[in-house]
Design a binder for this molecule. Structure first.
Ligand code: NDP
Length: 449
């Protein structure tokens, strides 16, 4: 374990998020390595932490003032042992190789847990869609795809959305892919319904996270009925987390964006949620406007001086971090514990720091790690690929039922693996071990490639 951590730190010292993601897995799989020396003998870990391929490219485009802009594009093809590379594209100014490698690494394990034949990948750009006109977003997406198209395909690598990439961007990306390849195939998921998308794909990550939470609670004699829930973010995952929480008669009370958060003690109901969807998906406004529309709400702007996030410091039963990585640190985790939160269920990828995870575990808070809890999105992406291959569309009910079944199966798999390797009830260890075994056994079957 030490060797692997040294190896990746020496090779890429600046990739802190990647080191963090690898460390978490390494700590979890120790009992598996102890029982199976073959994995060390065949250098499986060294192979697992090295992407199969990294593509990095220039994305030049022209803004509305006629000025040339240059961004950097990436695709990390991390592991294809169990299927074509699959994972989202992130457009955000913070994007760099280390962040995408952490996301691609997580994706490998997550995709293995879904029971579907999906390898792991991730990509994106340091392009910031915020404040850009519709035409600028289109020109950027077209420029991005005019290079990426050479490297992807329905049986090779199938990207999807992530932060900053929703239905609008997928549409522009698909348009350019289709033009350059002169073929209409399911090369991207998250497409619109009328040209190959799947019902429930936009909802899938948020819905899946709530299904996973409900499984965790049921196993511990609790339920979401009446539960007060803290949700961060206000994008795709956060919106559909709130929607499904309302179906379970829970009471979501917070939402956020990178400028601040709202706390609505009366609860975010369906009408307020519709307001948020229009605000964020159509008008592309800021969450502050929620407090202007619903004056009983408290809006708190981000304070860069604070070393904790006040969103996590309210009395509540459940927490659904659904914005970005490392948004719950040790202090936040302690605040959640002090506020008697029972469960943290991660809609975002790696939103809790290692110190935060330890505090949650030490205090008996149920902790659903992102690679299990947010796997609903990629699962329905996998179902979208299946429907594209069969050239038919399943009903909303059929996709939702499959999503529920997959989330229940991931929950069971995590618990069984955790139990078998001596960490009963530890979903993080269970997810890491189950995902690891599926991928590395396929790698062993395929030899040294
Ligand atoms: P969106 O772009 O739709 O929404 C992201 C939300 O998080 C926005 O409210 C955004 O605020 C906020 N946010 C982003 N970066 C930061 C930051 N650095 N600090 C504070 N707030 C931030 O993305 P998604 O909802 O799709 O993704 C959210 C999380 O879920 C990510 O971690 C993603 O990797 C993960 N995920 C997404 C899946 C999907 O299917 N979409 C699948 C699995 C995981 P602002 O608008 O101000 O930037």
């Amino acid at each position: 374990m030490q060797d692997i951590m040294e190896l990746i730190k020496n090779k890429d010292p600046e990739q802190r998020e990647f080191h963090q993601a690898v460390m978490e897995v390494m700590l979890s799989i120790k009992p598996v390595l102890d029982q199976n020396p073959i994995y060390r003998e065949t250098k499986i870990l060294e192979r697992l932490v090295e992407p199969e391929r990294v593509i990095m490219f220039r994305v030049p485009w022209v803004d509305d003032r006629g000025e040339v802009q240059v961004n950097r594009g990436f695709r990390i093809e991390m592991n294809s042992a169990i299927g074509p590379y699959k994972g989202g594209l992130r457009f955000h100014p913070s994007v760099n190789l280390g962040i995408l490698k952490f996301l691609a690494f997580e994706q490998v394990f997550k995709n293995a847990l879904t029971t579907l034949p999906l390898g792991g990948g991730k990509g994106g750009s340091d392009f910031d869609p915020k404040g850009k006109s519709e035409n600028e977003v289109m020109r950027f997406c077209h420029a991005f795809m005019s290079e990426l198209y050479r490297h992807i395909g329905p049986n090779t690598d199938v990207p999807a959305g992530d932060i900053g990439v929703g239905g609008r961007e997928i549409g522009y990306l698909f348009g350019m892919y289709k033009k350059l390849r002169n073929e209409f195939t399911g090369v991207l998921t998250g497409k619109s319904l009328n040209w190959g998308g799947s019902l429930i794909r936009p909802e899938a990550t948020g819905y899946g996270s709530v299904y996973f939470c409900s499984e965790m609670l049921a196993d511990n004699g609790k339920s979401l009925e009446g539960a007060v829930c803290l949700v961060s973010g206000s994008g795709n995952v956060a919106q559909y987390t709130v929607e499904k929480l309302l179906d379970f008669n829970a009471k979501p009370v917070t939402l956020s964006d990178s400028s601040g958060y709202i706390y609505d003690e009366e609860g975010i109901d369906r009408e307020k949620l519709e307001f948020v969807k229009t605000l964020k998906n159509v008008r592309r406004g800021r969450i502050k406007e929620y407090a202007e529309k619903y004056p009983q709400t408290v809006y708190t702007p981000v304070d860069p001086e604070l070393d904790y996030n006040p969103l996590w410091n309210h009395n509540a039963d459940c927490a659904f971090p659904s914005a970005t990585q490392n948004e719950i640190n040790g202090k936040d985790a302690q605040n959640l514990v002090n506020n008697k939160v029972w469960v943290v269920c991660e809609g975002a990828n790696m939103p809790t720091t290692p110190e935060g995870i330890d505090i949650l575990h030490d205090n008996g808070v149920l902790y659903g790690p992102g690679k299990a809890a947010n796997a609903g999105g990629v699962s329905v992406s996998g179902l979208e690929m299946t429907q594209n291959s069969m050239r038919l569309s399943w009903s909303r009910e059929e996709v939702d039922n499959r999503l529920k079944m997959i989330m229940a199966s991931i929950h069971k798999t995590c618990l069984e693996a955790a139990e078998q390797y001596g960490h009963p009830g530890n979903y993080m260890v269970g997810a890491n071990i189950a995902g690891f075994l599926k991928v590395v056994d396929a790698m062993l079957d395929q030899g040294v490639v």
